[in-house]
Design a protein around this ligand. Structure first.
Ligand SMILES: NC(=O)c1ccc[n+]([C@@H]2O[C@H](COP(=O)([O-])OP(=O)(O)OC[C@H]3O[C@@H](n4cnc5c(N)ncnc54)[C@H](O)[C@@H]3O)[C@@H](O)[C@H]2O)c1
Length: 253
């Protein structure tokens, strides 16, 4: 990919799953990657996997904490250089029927999936505007595009993230800051493993998901690395405010 060498990119939730694959790919393309994660040991493992000649540094924080985001972003600029890209990937859900949920669960889901990206945009985008250069990629979900049973609040957050991406993309286009959203489908990650659980029921649920995917397999974290590297690269300089589904053709809308 063109234009990635030595660019600084933040990846939230880069300690495992999709965020790990995105961090590894960006580092291998030459970016200096700053992982923002609750689990510093997982970020360190990602850095180890990236290997020699790559730069991945982990910053331990909760993206839902504005002051912590501000502090970490200051450190990234001081330690790695001016931030070119922000990849909002950290997310979380605990699927259950909406009527069985309570406000404590809504608060947790909204804090990670919606407030987290608001915080990171609010802290990082002004730096990009000042330099009239930057890319923001938001990892949403196909759940936001078509709805999903048992994920109403999560889907609302991801739908909100898509609308937010489009709105801020309009505000910042003239300032040289480009924003796009990527929507994964069901993907083999630690989050998916936790959601499915174990045993016969887990196998049944997984089989049912795969049946609904025209390409007849679950996503793998690496399936999203190419599109994100592209959106961060010079080749995506004429794209903003778009929502790109990478889900094996699960929803063709
Ligand atoms: N796995 C799927 O099937 C799937 C499908 C569609 C969309 N997504 C989205 O892709 C993204 C990554 O999902 P995943 O399955 O790889 O998740 P995961 O749970 O496997 O990994 C998420 C990472 O984010 C970190 N994290 C969680 N909350 C955080 C917080 N508040 N602050 C900082 N770090 C935090 C975790 O420590 C972890 O390292 C999420 O936004 C998720 O909603 C996943």
């Amino acid at each position: 990919m063109r234009g990635l060498k030595d660019k600084v990119a933040i990846v939230t939730g880069g300690g495992q799953g999709i965020g790990r694959a995105l961090s590894l790919r960006l580092a291998q393309e030459g970016c200096k990657v700053a992982i923002f994660d609750l689990k510093p040991e997982a970020g360190a493992e990602t850095a180890k996997l990236a290997g020699a000649g790559t730069t991945i540094k982990t910053y331990e924080l909760d993206v839902g904490d504005y002051a912590a985001v501000k502090n970490a972003v200051g450190k990234v600029e001081a330690e790695l250089g001016p931030i070119w890209a922000l990849v909002n990937n950290a997310g979380w859900d605990k699927p259950m029927p909406f009527l069985a949920t309570d406000q404590a669960l809504w608060d947790k889901i909204i804090r990670i999936n919606m407030l987290g990206p608001l915080n990171t945009h609010h802290v990082v985008a002004p730096l990009m505007v000042e330099r009239r250069a930057g890319r923001i990629i938001n990892i949403a979900s196909d759940a936001a595009r078509v709805g999903t049973s048992n994920e109403a609040v999560y889907s609302a957050c991801k739908g909100g993230l898509i609308s937010f991406t489009k709105s801020v993309a309009r505000e910042l286009a003239s300032k040289g800051v480009l924003l796009n959203a990527v929507c994964p489908g069901p993907t083999n990650t630690p989050m998916m493993a936790a959601v499915l659980g174990e045993g016969e029921q887990a196998v049944k649920w997984k089989d049912a998901m795969v049946r609904g995917i025209p390409l007849k397999r679950m996503g793998e974290p690496e399936d999203y690395a190419g599109i994100v590297a592209f959106l961060v690269s010079d080749d995506a300089g004429f794209m903003t405010g778009q929502t790109i589904s990478v889900a094996g053709g699960m929803n063709m809308i």
